[in-house]
Design a protein around this ligand. Structure first.
Ligand SMILES: Cc1ncc(COP(=O)(O)O)c(C=O)c1O
Length: 379
């Protein structure tokens, strides 16, 4: 339908072969392929526990659930993120406390704003590396250390991204990944919790499968025949089919992130000096994963009209994100209102995401920018 979709997936023969092997093995739920995928992911991260789960939302839920948060505990997080980041806080009965972003150059949560929101009820901070651009983790960790807070990274955008030489997802107490079909590595639905804390890893692993310490796979191998339930768990297991895809996608991750980088460089140079737009994240620390390419339209331009005109050229665009605090659920339940997080709201109103995926060519970028320039001139 779209000449230029927002995202597309690099899937090929190798994925087909690995999935076929799984189907032929007739073991479809978590098993040896999932174990191998977890080991490979852990190695990629530089060591630690990698726990594959059914999706990124489940990863966030388990990451917060293993911290034993109670009703009334507060979790600080950005409002400029996907709704799953905040919903996970609600799942565990804690209170979401939003903090504004740094500004129109850096769309990540602001450490200064986090510091202002800390109370004696604060237990954790959830950061989200917007677009795969790492947050200011040094400052955030300093605040967390000072107040004894856990740090959870929503690294859904950031597989392979690095901050001061360390992988996003290893920087906090727990890192959460999504392998949904528009992400940098995809397994259809899928997710993963990463942690270097053995105690938390054990809890996440147990809660992933009903609170049981063993999987059907362990029983099949004769490892365990009985079990006790010590804590509430869920069914957030993944499948061997997802893990087979994950194995191949992980191998392609660095190459595809690099491809994204080249395309972002092409966008930046084609958009240089174009009036009516600005490009966030010109200055940032670390090596991003370039998950999306966000631009900001001047306030005088109608984003709806720009999106509509680009659609007529077959160019799909999107908005990352409508601020969470303005969703009815969050307004009604917690009393959030417009004006509370001005920078988030400004970006929420002006941001436009252009197509970016590893199957694009630099000529595609040039074509899209040409159309964008025409549209901006006309609307
Ligand atoms: C920032 C962010 N957090 C969490 C999620 C949730 O991941 P999933 O869709 O795999 O549940 C997504 C992706 O959809 C996301 O973009």
């Amino acid at each position: 339908m779209w000449k230029y979709p927002l995202s597309d997936i690099d899937l090929g023969k190798e994925e087909e072969q690995e999935v076929l092997k799984v189907l032929r093995s007739k073991w479809l739920s978590s098993g040896s392929v999932t174990e191998r995928f977890e080991k490979a992911f852990s190695k990629y991260m530089g060591g630690g526990d990698a726990i594959a789960v059914s999706n990124g939302t489940a990863a966030l839920h388990l990451a917060l659930a293993c911290l034993d948060l109670k009703k009334g505990d507060e979790v600080i997080l950005p409002s400029l993120t996907f709704v799953a980041t905040a919903n996970a806080v609600l799942y565990v009965g804690a209170t979401p406390v939003f903090a504004d972003i740094s500004g129109t150059d850096d769309l990540n949560i602001s450490p200064d704003e986090i510091a202002k929101k800390v109370t004696r009820r604060t237990k954790a901070v959830v950061v989200m590396h917007y677009g795969g651009y790492p947050c200011d983790m040094a400052s955030i960790k300093r605040i967390a250390r000072k107040h004894g807070l856990y740090v959870v990274e929503d690294a859904a955008h950031a597989p392979g991204a690095e901050y001061r030489g360390e992988k996003c997802g290893t920087l906090g107490d727990l890192g959460c990944f999504s392998f949904f079909s528009n992400k940098n590595m995809v397994t259809g639905e899928g997710g993963l919790v990463f942690t270097c804390n053995k105690h938390l890893a054990e809890k996440v692993r147990t809660m992933r499968s009903h609170g049981m310490k063993s999987l059907s796979w362990d029983k099949y191998r004769g490892r365990l025949s009985s079990y006790d339930i010590e804590q509430l768990g869920y069914n957030y297991r993944t499948t061997e089919i997802q893990s087979a895809l994950g194995m191949v996608q992980l191998k392609k991750l660095d190459r595809n992130n690099n491809r994204r980088k080249k395309l972002v460089q092409a966008y930046r140079s084609a958009l240089k000096g174009v009036s009516g737009i600005s490009i966030p994240f010109f200055k940032f620390e670390g090596s991003p994963s370039y998950h999306i390419f966000p631009i900001l339209l001047e306030p005088t331009l109608s984003r709806d009209r720009v999106m509509e005109r680009l659609k007529n050229f077959g160019i799909q665009t999107s908005v990352h994100y409508p601020p969470l605090h303005l969703f009815s659920l969050y307004r009604k339940r917690f009393g959030f209102e417009a004006g509370m997080f001005p920078k988030t709201e400004e970006v929420g109103g002006r941001e436009l995401t252009l197509p970016l995926h590893p199957l694009m060519k630099t000529e595609d970028v040039e074509w899209i920018v040409k159309r964008l320039k025409d549209v901006i001139r006309d609307v």
